[in-house]
Design a protein around this ligand. Sequence first.
Ligand code: SF4
Length: 370
Amino acid sequence: MEAVHSYGLNYWLEQRSYRNLGQKEVLEITETLTLPEIMMMGDALASSDVGDLVTYAVSYNINYSNYCAASCPICAFYVPAKAKGKISGGYELSVEDIHREALKAREAGATEVHVVGGFNPYLDIEYYENIFREIKSVNPQATLKALTIPEYDFIARTTGNSLRETVSRFMEAGVDAHTGGGAEIFDPEVRKQITTPEKISGEKWLEDAKVLHSMGLRGNSTITYGHVEETRHIVDHLTKLRENEIEQSGFLSIIPLKFSLNNTPLQKMKKVKMEASAVRDILVISLARIIAGSVIPNISVYWISLGKSIAQMALRAGGSDLVGTAFSEKVFGATDKHYQADVASLSSLVRQIGKIPAQRDTFYNIKSMI
Ligand code: SF4
């Protein structure tokens, strides 16, 4: 009978220290190491990739509209665009509304204004240019981080502009970075269960990211887990992010987003009955570090979806960033998660686990050590 080998933590740590691991190897790690060992591996790699700092930004979120042509089963935020005027709950912020939000961002001391919304087919390209100019004129010092990659693609398609023209006009209007959202899970079989065809394929998301990055518009990358995916899909997704970054650099971080169940069509259809466990939350952070931390060193822990206690564990399992204060966040708010935090509470959350908090800008330049 052939002997079955099982490598230990030290073997995998040594391998990962000088090369990137293949998908089969990472799956072997998930099957043979215990969760505490995987966490130790993630934490050790975080120390060598980025040291003991845990960063965060002071961010303010503006969600310009919740009308959406996509109607993803994973989403509780949208109101179907075709129902505009027929059902309540939908909104589009006017330039005056945006001005008021931009003032609130300034009052909150935001160094970053994060702007996303639904795929709203009623808005023209000038609407976006106007709101970006308005935000930038009120917050000239803040970084304007706007739109998910599928939003750029949707706006380009529906306004008759190429993706490059769209990006170039928005950069001209003040956009400094993209948000990295809408990646979900790249595997087509999983993706079709959680999104609709209006949202671009995983392949197109990766292609579009390369276009944005080649034009100098950098941004985050994301993965949404905890719905119908298996571990192999997570491993595949994170590997594709790493390979994309090697081909054309531009990702600032990886932000694993836990699927938030309440009020979503997936919950209503009873396709998903409960959210991911803390074990899975931690595993995904560790896998992001193990698979991609060598080329995308900032692995973010989105505490808004995890809660602060699990976020602390994730920061000892490979995570090195807390995303931001997220004042006025509405997308997760639609699933009844109404969190925001000030600088002092994020900072003490980091100190409690023996790491060093540091406030950063969108591009991961350290602004202050608090
Ligand atoms: S996830 Fe985005 S694209 Fe999908 S329905 Fe929600 S707002 Fe629309």
